[in-house]
Write a protein that binds this ligand. Sequence first.
Ligand code: NAP
Length: 261
Amino acid sequence: MWTLITGAGSGIGRALALQLAEMGHDLILAGRTESKLAEIAGQIGRDWPQRTVVTQAVELADPGSTHELAAKVCTVTDRLGAFIHCAGAGEPAGDLAGLALSDFQEALAVNLTAPLLLSKSLLPVLTGNDPSARVVMIGAGMDTQAQTGTGSYGISKMALRRLVQQLAVEFGALADGPLVSLFQPGLVDTPGIRDHVRKASALGLPHASWLSDRLEAGDCLSAEQAASALAYTLSDLPRSEFNGGVFRAGELVDSLSFSAS
Ligand SMILES: NC(=O)c1ccc[n+]([C@@H]2O[C@H](COP(=O)([O-])OP(=O)(O)OC[C@H]3O[C@@H](n4cnc5c(N)ncnc54)[C@H](OP(=O)(O)O)[C@@H]3O)[C@@H](O)[C@H]2O)c1
């Protein structure tokens, strides 16, 4: 089964790529930095040589580059079993008044427009799969919690939640269309969140020290734990629960640990 992961070069997307390779998926890994994708493809090639991995550098803030990614996917396979949009953007700013318009536009482009464009363009290869293809967008708790300095990120993730609802309704009405859900990771220790904390600290934003304290105390998930929870939604959740569902990584990790104990 072929799976596309955006944001596969780092954090949750990277950990997911390794887990899905182990589970038997062939992978199209997309991200901004080709060298990071090549490193993961190399690791998969060593550990699971029977897997096929294709990498594609993409700038998801650029619709042209995003379309090129979709075209590439369609040349690799005519049946895409899963698409997970892990890439995320959202520079912190002192406040909305000081927010650079380009940062706001980048957050909307990467977190909202790119997953819409990819879902639309990939619909032909996401349709007609048996079992149904699964699409997962990565949301954020910030989508309903307005905090100083997180406007562009939170607003774009709120719109992403609405996009998931829309796609679940419209694709769900197709006879053999893909199923769509939202995955809420909670706090996960990744290069991305640590970079965010550094920038938010430099701006003196109130949530920076709260996040930093939780990361240092280990009061968060690892990227591997978040990826396991996401992989579970892809492979084990019944279709009736999956489509339009919102899944929280922490709750899934707790219930998976409980059922394994
Ligand atoms: N970590 C958390 O606590 C947390 C909490 C809530 C939600 N999330 C969400 O979870 C997802 C994964 O986050 P993470 O923490 O794993 O972040 P991460 O370590 O920064 O990884 C994000 C990935 O997205 C790629 N990316 C970013 N902008 C891109 C662009 N314009 N074009 C193409 N690729 C781009 C990055 O590529 P490069 O590495 O090449 O730059 C990177 O591989 C994001 O959607 C994030 O919003 C994370």
